[in-house]
Design a binder for this molecule. Structure first.
Ligand code: DGL
Length: 281
């Protein structure tokens, strides 16, 4: 049998858990004909409270698996925390593989802000990372960023614990200060963790609709398409799919509780999937 054309191979996507599904949703909308293999590293979630060494080991183990077992043509690191810790070592180790990461959308947020005050919710590891520090330094003088490490929030979303989600969202938005469009108020809230996209409604109810939420799933999906096209790895967009339909996903894998991913896919992406258990290293 001939090896499949490079463009026919799937795209790998991973996160510590269900958060990266917010990126997968954007990827499937942008690239409806592509096949995706999703890995949730639930056994090591939450990533946001782990150190860089572990995050790097896990990211490399997942990349190795996706390359060896699925022959992926590109890798999307659908996790701000893993991107901050490991994107440079991943790119160094797999120079041939297009690798797309995600970072908190500070630039578009401050560009669209009228008050110049931007709130940023992210994991502790993302906010403490060198990559984030550099991003912030590069925006010095453009506005004021109010940073909030949201310990426990990704975990609460992972377990769909609505009481804890409500308590933590309210605690963290209150701690950041006032949201609104008057001078001195934050009129933009950056969701710097892919999990938080799934509590957008709860956050909007708390901060009011004068402030807007900014997440990076759609820009990451667009960047993925651009990169695939540039490298001639995109599938020719000739087939016709019914509105809203997506190509068959190549697979869902979890290193922990498979039921969490199945439930999250149904709840947020309205798709029934059967996640398979995965053991890595
Ligand atoms: N979804 C991840 C992120 O974007 C990590 C959440 C976690 O596991 O702490 O940062």
């Amino acid at each position: 049998m001939n090896a499949p054309a490079a463009s026919a191979r799937p795209i790998g996507v991973f996160d510590s858990g269900v958060g990266g599904l917010s990126v997968l949703r954007a990827l499937q909308a942008e690239l409806p004909l592509e096949r995706f293999v999703y890995v949730a590293d639930n056994a090591y979630a939450p990533y946001g409270e782990r150190d860089d060494g572990i995050l790097r080991n896990r990211s490399h183990a997942i990349a190795d698996y996706l390359i060896a077992s699925h022959g992926i043509k590109a890798l999307v690191v659908a996790c701000n925390t893993a991107t901050a810790a490991a994107i440079h070592t991943l790119r160094a180790d797999y120079p041939e593989l297009p690798i797309i990461g995600i970072e908190p959308a500070l630039k578009p947020a401050v560009a669209s802000s009228k008050t110049g005050m931007v709130g940023v919710m992210a994991t502790r590891a993302t906010l403490n990372s060198e990559k984030f520090r550099k991003l912030l330094d590069g925006l010095h003088g453009t506005g004021t960023f109010v940073l909030q490490a949201c310990d426990g929030l990704a975990d609460a979303i992972e377990r769909f614990d609505s009481t804890r989600i409500q308590t933590l969202c309210s605690q963290y938005t209150r701690a950041m200060g006032r949201f609104g469009n008057a001078a001195g108020q934050m009129d933009c809230l950056v969701l710097g963790c892919t999990h938080y996209a799934f509590v957008a409604a709860e956050l909007t109810a708390l901060i009011g609709d004068q402030a807007s939420l900014m997440e990076a799933g759609v820009p990451v999906a667009r960047q993925t398409r651009r990169l695939l096209e540039k490298m001639q790895l995109a599938l020719p967009q000739t087939q016709h799919l019914a509105d809203g339909a997506t190509a068959q996903t190549a697979g869902f894998y979890s290193t922990g509780n498979v039921a969490l991913l199945d439930a999250a896919m149904l709840r947020w992406l309205h798709r029934e999937v059967k996640t398979l258990a995965l053991q890595l290293g």
